[in-house]
Design a protein around this ligand. Structure first.
Ligand code: FES
Ligand SMILES: [Fe+2]
Length: 379
């Protein structure tokens, strides 16, 4: 493979490791992301005996919970004549196809073919994927071979108060590649506050921003697609600085992604359809039919979500033309995240060792959010 980079900005051909946007099977970023466990659904939203179609990184799956309560993930389609398996019936820990009743076990093995005088089940098997429930989320490993060690967050086991998700209609990397300087504008709605210039450091888990007073900023980036916020504050409950959050940005396809969250305060983006309302408002604002100022005094849950989504979706569905950007001194976090991704993708393509990311201890929570010049919420 030719891995040279043409640095002429006018006709620069991107190096293969610069494609962090496309995550379907066989893509560079897709291969990299598939070496990690990812949340794929919220545990409480999948009842025993029910199934659900799922799309993750441009691949479709069948998620179901056996009648005994165990979650399973299988291929999307029945191997007989290809109908969508999630439309069938869960029986015990197996799922029966809606079309002609073939049945599949949790390991993907076909176990029954009702109309066949001589069933040939043993020759039919679909793929099954390792699944694990943790922190109120259903995690899956959809990569090749044996899954890596499952990452644990023991401090979160004690403090989770809500596990949640929402969908955002833009590429996942736009959400991850967020910065600190957006806060007074996006969340302060033109508050007039300025943000201090931070210095970035790479860590064992990803990277963090250090404020001029030497304190680590509350928003941390965890490789490959996570963020942690040690304090969420916009001055209104429940965002009053006491709770934190852990986030995963998981691609659905290249133009949309899920945000899975665990929160250490009671909160929900899915209750009463808040996330759907937020997406509706984002579409309306982008179309010029509304302005975010129209929502200023409304529901805080919705406003927080709309505000971040508006900035990110406003960049376009897949914002990949980084050559036309004009980055400023405050874009250190943006630059560092991209550089870490490029480095890891390049190492993977060249068969070199990859960094093993770990979060061996909880980040220090700031003693008093008010002591920080920057308020943060959402992400
Ligand atoms: S398509 Fe599933 S049993 Fe026929
Ligand atoms: Fe934000």
């Amino acid at each position: 493979m030719d891995t040279s980079i043409n640095m002429d900005p006018k006709c620069r051909e991107k190096a293969p490791w610069e494609d962090v946007f496309h995550t379907g099977p066989g893509t560079t970023a897709g291969r990299y992301l598939r070496t990690f466990w990812h949340p794929v659904w919220v545990a409480s939203l999948l009842k025993p005996g029910r199934s659900k179609p799922l799309k993750i990184m441009n691949e479709e799956f069948t998620l179901f919970r056996g009648e005994g309560g165990k979650a399973h993930l299988l291929d999307f389609r029945c191997r007989h004549r290809g109908t969508q398996l999630s439309t069938g019936w869960v029986e015990g820990d197996e799922i029966r196809c809606f079309y002609h009743g073939w049945k599949y076990g949790a390991d993907g093995q076909c176990t029954e073919q009702p109309n066949e005088p001589k069933p040939f089940c043993e020759r039919i098997k679909i793929r099954s994927y390792p699944v694990r429930e943790y922190l109120g989320l259903i995690f899956a490993y959809i990569g090749e071979g044996e899954p890596p060690e499952f990452p644990l967050y023991p401090d979160w086991e004690k403090k989770v108060q809500a596990s949640d998700y929402y969908m955002r209609e833009c590429n996942y990397f736009q959400h991850m590649n967020n910065d600190l300087a957006h806060v007074p504008w996006v969340h302060g709605l033109r508050s007039g506050e300025t943000v201090p210039l931070v210095s970035m450091e790479e860590t064992e888990f990803g990277c963090q921003a250090v404020l001029p007073n030497g304190r680590v900023h509350i928003a941390l980036f965890l490789m490959p697609n996570m963020a942690e916020i040690t304090s969420v504050n916009v001055g209104r409950p429940p965002y009053d600085g006491r709770g934190g959050a852990l986030f995963w940005r998981v691609p659905i396809d290249d133009a949309s992604h899920y945000n899975f969250s665990v929160l250490s305060y009671p909160g929900s983006w899915t209750a009463d359809g808040a996330a759907e309302k937020a997406n509706h408002y984002v579409r309306e604002i982008l179309a010029g039919n509304l302005h975010i100022e129209d929502l200023r005094d409304g529901d805080m849950n919705i406003l927080v979500n709309v505000a971040d989504a508006l900035a990110q979706c406003g960049q376009g569905a897949i914002y990949e033309d980084w050559d036309t950007e004009n980055l400023s001194r405050h874009d250190g976090q943006v630059v560092m995240q991209r550089a870490m991704w490029f480095r890891e993708l390049r190492a993977m393509l060249e068969g070199k060792p990859l960094k093993k990311w770990v979060r061996s201890k909880p980040p220090e929570a700031p003693p008093e959010q008010a002591a920080l010049a920057v308020k943060e919420v959402g992400e």
